[in-house]
Design a binder for this molecule. Structure first.
Ligand code: PLP
Length: 382
């Protein structure tokens, strides 16, 4: 099959790894606990539609996104599985959610009263969000919670199908605050009728570390992509994760430069000797930030340093020897015995792995691989 992709830079997404990571979590938490695959932010940069399908194939029963537009995009691509929105949605768009059968997150009585005015007979499913310590979104007080349930009891426009919270420190060594939040969640949900509700408090870290504290669903994000929720808990993961994301490109120009030749904007790099220099078509507009200039990339299974400033669309690599134009260059992922994990790039940027896969922009096409062959391509430019 011919795919429309003409760039020499792409993200390769291993859908087998996604399926493996979902199946391992399923095994770990047991069949009683449902998996909500978190595919917001274009599946953490991996490609929402393909990841959603892979996760559903592997046993996830629901999808979660950050806002309504992301949910509708999945519906427009033919996804029929239940989808929930984790963020806040303006009450005026409630009928849009209803029309697409999308579950919204709610956390105030005022929102319900306002939203009722926008529903003309149709109903909408909602999950109630509890703020147990994250201080982001959620009902904080038991009286407010009971009022919401009482209001919905009297209003067929809304159906509460779930209740949940989100932990701030489930991926940390010190679990004091995690337990405080967990206890608060337990206290609050005991104030309402729990029958037929999807009750979920856990993200990946909770699922991995506390499979007995999940109630009846887990919201699986980062570990579905094969990444550890934090470096701190990497050594206590109950099973090994398979990283799904790799960033690939090719040499588009190769030349020998003489000692003293300067490279890129600002002429900040000067060849210390006669050197082979490769030009690579990836730059900061693709998410490979200027601050990533001092990292190594992989060429023929060997680490080679980037040199000079990263440009908007291109950068340069110092090659250990002459290579042909077209030689594969790996920025993230494996080549031979060498490996640049997402975590290594995160460390360079002093950030978390979540940010690294999200920051590789949509102008870099995603190529999906399943059973060793290309299964699909997502190139939003074309
Ligand atoms: C509300 C909510 N639930 C679940 C997740 C998934 O968390 P993780 O990626 O750590 O599994 C996120 C991610 O940010 C989130 O915001």
């Amino acid at each position: 099959m011919e795919y429309e992709i003409y760039r020499d830079t792409w993200v390769e997404v291993n859908l087998d790894a996604i399926e493996y990571n979902v199946k391992m979590m399923k095994q770990h938490i047991g069949n009683e606990v449902k998996i909500i695959a978190v595919v917001k932010a274009n599946a953490y940069g991996h490609g929402a539609f393909q990841v959603a399908n892979a996760a559903l194939d592997a046993g996830a029963t629901m999808l979660a996104v950050a806002f309504l537009d992301e949910a509708i995009a999945l519906r427009n691509n033919g996804i029929t599985a239940p989808i929930m929105v984790l963020g806040a949605t303006s009450a005026q768009y409630v009928h849009i959610a209803s029309a697409h059968n999308i579950t919204l997150t709610i956390f105030s009585l005022e929102w319900l009263i306002e939203a009722k005015g926008y529903l003309k007979g149709e109903a909408v499913n909602v999950h109630v969000k509890l703020d147990t310590g994250m201080s982001r979104l959620g009902v904080r007080d038991e009286h407010d919670l009971v009022k919401i349930f009482d209001y919905v009891d009297d209003n067929s426009a809304f159906k509460i199908t779930g209740i949940y919270t989100h932990f701030a420190t489930a991926d940390e060594k010190d679990l004091t605050y995690f337990h405080e939040q967990y206890n608060k969640f337990q206290y609050l949900i005991n104030k309402i009728p729990q029958k037929n509700l999807l009750i979920h408090c856990g993200n990946s870290a909770t699922g991995l570390r506390f499979p007995d504290k999940l109630y009846n669903a887990v919201r699986l994000g980062i570990s579905m992509y094969g990444l550890s929720p934090s470096p701190e808990i990497k050594d206590e993961l109950p099973y090994s994760l398979k990283e799904a994301f790799s960033l690939q490109t090719k040499l588009v120009h190769v030349k020998k430069i003489t000692k003293g030749t300067k490279v890129s904007y600002g002429a900040t790099y000067e060849a210390e000797e006669d050197e082979w220099l490769g030009t690579i078509p990836i730059g900061y507009a693709d998410g490979w930030l200027r601050s990533l200039r001092d990292v190594a990339v992989l060429v023929n299974g060997e680490r080679a340093p980037l040199v000079g400033r990263i440009c908007m669309d291109q950068c340069m690599v110092k090659l250990p020897r002459k290579y042909q134009v077209g030689e594969r260059v790996t920025f993230i992922g494996k080549q031979g015995d060498e490996y640049i994990p997402v975590d290594e790039v995160a460390k360079h940027l002093n950030t978390i792995n979540y940010e690294v896969t999200c920051m590789i922009s949509t102008r870099v096409p995603r190529v999906f691989v399943k059973n060793g062959t290309v299964f699909g391509v997502d190139n939003p430019l074309l």
